[in-house]
Write a protein that binds this ligand. Structure first.
Ligand code: ATP
Ligand code: MG
Length: 428
């Protein structure tokens, strides 16, 4: 039987992985500039962590989680993490991070798992880069996170993204809005989809972002959350918007951007791709969750964060700008066993000095080695055969100019290193 991948789980092959590395490098640089520290959390957690943080009546909990019983006596239910926030919040509390310094700016990257219908930009194992900030309630940090993402798009050369933002109020003002929304939706109960019919009781704000056209149509006439915001929430939101004035295109206020859970509050946002992703066009999403840390047993600190989908971001980057040119390869062509041992040792010395070097493991003709060097895109080839071993001199062939120069064995290492340095100066 042929062994194949699990549906919705994918490999990132050489040639594609360079785009991922570019995304990860750019993210690390941008996060560092905003003084974020990386955190690494497990891929498996107790299932309870997610049901408590995401809420029972969400798609992720109801139908998307990979959950199974462990082999311990209690058959503890474990889940492959469907997202990163819950684990980071748990780690923040469990690691007592708040004691030394309650304000923490953390980021993570890694695989997440959701049993969704696989399609372009939607996998069952996908990857997120995410950020969480604990201990800050001020609107400046919300704006900082959004500018950070804009910087990342710029760093990667992703054009045409649009930021949508909303405020969903707080424990003071949301109940009033919720009541108004429920009253409105009850008048349209017959027209709602089955999911929204259920949401109406348990999680009415989630009706706002139902993807079904019929529901979206009804919702356009729903009461506006903006007019229900209390003075503090309105101030907070206006400050965030004011701090984003320089963004081009300007952020769009989308009152349908909602999160269903009680601990979500105030700012919510999505960065959407201009084109290239079809209907899976949200690249990053996030918002404020001031009550979450405490509801998971941690200290009463505010939280705000986002997660971006690496696969979707990778789809937006054209492959020809991926990776950038790696340092050209130095190919060591050898003939005869003595030359093989000598070049093997040389390769090791040069690699330790930062050169990218390769050579064959089995004897081949010089002609076939030159063909290999060409195919591998080598910038230069060092040629060492029995004659060179006797004379203590090797040939260096520049693959671009086809020029050959002779070097004493004693000078080979330094000559090759300085050739590389000169090439770097010319190209960079
Ligand atoms: P969607 O509405 O597309 O299902 P979501 O609201 O479930 O998104 P979040 O939980 O907010 O998504 O996750 C943040 C980001 O992670 C998304 O904007 C997207 O870029 C990415 N993402 C989420 N689910 C998947 C998936 N199954 N495959 C690939 N990327 C995903
Ligand atoms: Mg989803």
């Amino acid at each position: 039987m042929k062994l194949t991948r699990i549906k919705g789980f994918s490999d990132v092959l050489p040639g594609e992985v360079e785009t991922w590395q570019r995304i990860e490098d750019a993210a690390e640089r941008v996060f560092a500039g905003y003084n974020f520290k990386e955190i690494r959390i497990p891929v498996l957690e107790k299932a309870e962590l997610f049901s408590r943080s995401l809420g029972e009546s969400t798609d992720v909990i109801e139908k998307e989680m990979y959950t199974f019983a462990d082999r311990d006596a209690k058959a503890t239910l474990l889940s492959l993490r469907p997202e990163g926030t819950a684990g980071v919040v748990r780690a923040y509390g469990e690691g007592q991070l708040h004691q030394a310094e309650p304000v923490r700016k953390l980021y993570y990257l890694g695989p997440m798992f959701r049993r969704e219908r696989p399609q372009k930009g939607r996998l069952r194992q996908f990857h997120q880069i995410g950020a969480e900030v604990f201990g800050r309630t001020d609107p400046f940090i919300d704006a900082e996170l959004l500018l950070l993402l804009r910087d990342l798009w710029e760093e990667l050369g992703v054009a045409g993204t649009v930021l949508e933002v909303n405020s969903i109020g707080c424990a003071q003002c949301r109940p009033g809005y919720r009541a108004a929304l429920v009253a409105f939706l009850e008048g349209h109960r017959e027209e709602l989809c089955a999911d929204c019919d259920r949401r109406l009781e348990r999680n009415p704000l989630r009706v706002l972002d139902c993807k079904r056209e019929s529901c979206a149509g009804i919702v356009t006439a729903a009461p506006s959350i903006r007019s229900h915001l209390c003075a503090e929430c309105r101030d907070h939101f206006d400050t965030v918007l004011g701090l984003l004035k320089e963004l081009r295109p300007e952020p769009v206020v989308n009152e349908r951007l909602a999160r269903g859970l009680d601990y979500y509050c105030r700012t919510t946002f999505e960065w959407k791709a201009g084109e290239g992703l079809g209907s899976q066009n949200t690249v990053a999403a996030g918002g404020r969750y001031d009550g979450l840390v405490q509801s998971l047993g941690g200290p009463p600190v505010a939280g705000v964060g986002f997660a971006l989908g690496v696969e979707r971001l990778a789809l937006l980057l054209s492959t020809d700008e991926a990776g950038g040119p790696a340092a050209p390869l130095l190919y060591l062509a050898w003939m005869g066993e003595e030359a093989q041992r000598w070049t093997f040792a040389l390769a090791h010395r040069l690699r330790r000095r930062g050169l990218r070097v390769d050579l064959e493991g089995e004897s081949r003709s010089l002609k076939s080695q030159m063909r290999r060097a060409d195919k591998l895109g080598a910038g230069a080839v060092l040629i060492v055969g029995p004659d060179e071993m006797t004379n203590g001199k090797a040939l260096i062939r520049d693959m671009a100019t086809r020029e050959q120069t002779e070097v004493d064995f004693a000078d080979v290492d330094n000559t090759l290193v300085s050739l590389r340095e000169r090439a770097d100066q010319v190209s960079g």
